[in-house]
Design a protein around this ligand. Structure first.
Ligand code: ADP
Ligand code: ASP
Ligand code: MG
Length: 417
C-alpha cells in the first residue's frame, strides 16, 4: 500500500461544489488501495482578501500577526474537506501545521520548513484515516504561527511527502501540467511530459508560478518526484524528476534537443539602481533581502547589456518586485544609516521575461536572438542578462504578452496547429 500526497490549490477548492468534487477524487484514490494525505490551499481569493483586510488597518501589517491571520484561510478549506469526506462515510481528519509538527524558521511571511514530524501523520495513516493538512503554514521554535510565502502549499506538500516517504507527490491545479510557457498567456504553449528538477527550478525562480520555487528546491534535495496534474480533468500531467529523459516515451513533446525549453515571466517588476556600496554593506543588503524572502535579481554590469539604463558601472542594479521597493529602501537606510531619498532611482511598470536554456554554451547566441526578436517587434529592452541556464530581458509591462508569444514562437516552441 503506497502513501500518496495530493495537494489541491485555491481554484481547485474554490467553492463548496469544488470541495465536493475533490472529495470524490480523494475517495477514488483511497479505493485504489492507497493511504492518502491531502494538502490544501485556502479557497481561491481568500489569502488576498485577508491580506487586504489587514492592509486597511496598516499598509505594512505586523508580520507575525499577518501570518496568524493568513493561516486561517487553509484552516477553513481543510475542515470543509474533512466534513465532505466524513459525510461520504470516509474516515478523515483535518490537521493544522502545529498539530503535525511542521517546524519552520521564524521569517514571518517567508518561513522555510526545517522539519516535519512524521509521528502524528503516521498514526493517522495507520488508523486508515485520510489526513487533510493545512498547507502554507508552520510553527517556529517559539510556537509562533508562520507562513511559507505565496504558493507555499506546494512546499508543504513536498515536505510532507518526504516525511511520510510517499511514492509520489501530486500537485493538482487549474492547468493540466507544466507548459513551455504560461498557457494563459501563450495559447500555443506545449505541455511537457517530464522535466528535470533543475530546469523546473529555474522556471519557478523566473516566474512559472505553477510550482513554488522552494517546493522544487525541496523535492530536488530529497529526490521526491512531483506530478503536476489538473483537478478538473484526467490526464498524465507533467512529471518533475531527476532524469526525465529516461522516463519519457518516444512521443514526448519535451523539446529535449532544443536549446530553449520554455519562456517565463515575472510581472510588476522595477529596476532599482543605487550607488555602489562598500562590499560589507552590499553583502548585508543581499543577506537581509534573502532573510525577508524578497526575491531579486542582481544585475552584474559585466554580464549584462544595460540597454536603456544609464550609468551602469557606478551603480548596483536590482530587478525586484515593485511592491518591495519600500522594503529595499528601509533595509538600505538601516545598513547605511543614511536616508535613501533621491539615492535609489527606480524604473517601474516593467516585466522580466526569460527564456530557459538547456544548453549553457549557447548563451550568447540566445541573448542576441532574444534582443533581435524584441527589437524587430519594436519592443524596447531596458536590460538583458544571461546566466548559465537562462537569458532574461526587462521590458515594459505593456509589451509583455506580445513579447512572450514572439519569443515562444521565435525559439520554435509553438505547438503545431
Ligand atoms: P494553485 O492555486 O493550484 O496553486 P497557481 O495559480 O499557483 O495554482 O499555479 C497555476 C497557474 O500557473 C496556472 O493557472 C498558469 O496560469 C500559471 N503558469 C505560469 N507558468 C506556467 C507554466 N509554464 N506551465 C503551467 N502553468 C503556468
Ligand atoms: N493560500 C496561499 C496563497 O494564496 C498558499 C497557496 O495557495 O499555496 O498563496
Ligand atoms: Mg500555487
Amino acid at each position: 500500500m503506497a502513501v500518496i500526497v495530493q495537494k489541491y490549490g485555491g481554484t481547485s477548492v474554490g467553492s463548496l461544489s469544488r470541495i465536493e468534487s475533490v472529495a470524490e477524487q480523494v475517495i477514488d484514490t483511497v479505493r485504489q488501495g492507497h493511504q492518502v494525505v491531502v494538502v490544501l490551499s485556502a479557497m481561491s481569493g481568500e489569502t488576498n482578501r485577508l491580506t487586504a483586510l489587514a492592509q486597511q488597518l496598516d499598509p505594512v501589517p505586523a508580520s507575525r500577526e499577518l501570518d496568524v491571520l493568513l493561516a486561517t484561510g487553509e484552516q477553513v478549506s481543510i475542515s470543509l474537506m474533512a466534513i465532505a469526506l466524513v459525510k461520504r462515510g470516509i474516515s478523515a481528519i483535518s490537521l493544522v501545521a502545529h498539530q503535525i509538527g511542521i517546524k519552520t524558521d521564524n521569517h514571518f511571511g517567508a518561513a522555510r520548513i526545517k522539519h516535519v514530524d512524521k509521528k502524528r501523520l503516521g498514526q493517522a495513516l495507520e488508523q486508515e484515516q485520510v489526513v487533510i493538512v493545512a498547507g502554507f503554514q508552520g510553527q517556529d521554535r517559539d510556537n509562533n504561527i508562520t507562513t511559507l510565502g505565496r504558493g507555499g502549499s506546494d512546499t508543504s506538500a513536498v515536505a510532507i511527502a518526504v516525511a511520510v516517504k510517499a511514492a509520489e507527490v501530486q500537485i493538482f491545479t487549474d492547468v493540466d501540467g507544466v507548459y513551455s510557457g504560461d498557457p494563459r498567456i501563450i495559447p500555443k504553449a506545449k505541455r511537457l511530459d517530464a522535466i528535470s528538477f533543475s530546469e523546473m527550478l529555474e522556471m519557478a525562480n523566473l516566474g512559472a508560478k505553477v510550482l513554488q520555487n522552494r517546493a522544487v528546491e525541496y523535492a530536488k534535495e530529497f529526490d521526491m518526484s512531483i506530478r503536476v496534474l489538473s483537478s478538473f480533468e484526467h490526464g498524465e500531467g507533467t512529471l518533475v524528476t531527476t532524469s526525465p529523459i529516461e522516463t519519457l516515451d518516444k512521443k514526448s513533446s519535451l523539446p529535449v534537443h532544443s536549446s530553449v525549453s520554455s519562456v517565463v515571466c515575472l510581472q510588476k517588476r522595477a529596476i532599482a539602481s543605487l550607488p555602489r556600496l562598500k562590499d560589507c554593506e552590499y553583502l548585508q543588503l543581499k543577506q537581509e533581502l534573502n532573510k525577508q524572502g524578497i526575491e531579486f535579481t542582481l544585475i552584474d554590469p559585466n554580464k549584462c547589456q544595460l540597454v536603456e539604463v544609464e550609468n551602469s558601472c557606478d551603480c548596483h542594479h536590482f530587478v525586484i518586485s515593485s511592491d518591495k521597493i519600500v522594503c529595499l529602501k528601509s533595509i538600505l537606510e538601516e545598513i547605511t544609516s543614511a536616508p535613501t531619498s533621491g539615492i535609489i532611482r527606480t524604473l517601474n511598470g516593467l516585466s522580466q521575461i526569460s527564456v530557459i536554456c538547456s544548453e549553457p554554451k549557447k548563451q550568447e547566441t540566445i541573448a542576441s536572438k532574444v534582443l533581435s526578436i524584441l527589437t524587430s517587434a519594436e519592443i524596447s529592452t531596458k536590460l538583458i542578462s544571461t546566466s548559465a541556464t537562462a537569458c532574461s530581458a526587462v521590458i515594459d509591462e505593456s509589451d509583455l504578452i506580445n513579447a512572450m508569444r514572439l519569443l515562444h514562437s521565435g525559439f520554435g516552441l509553438d505547438s503545431l496547429p
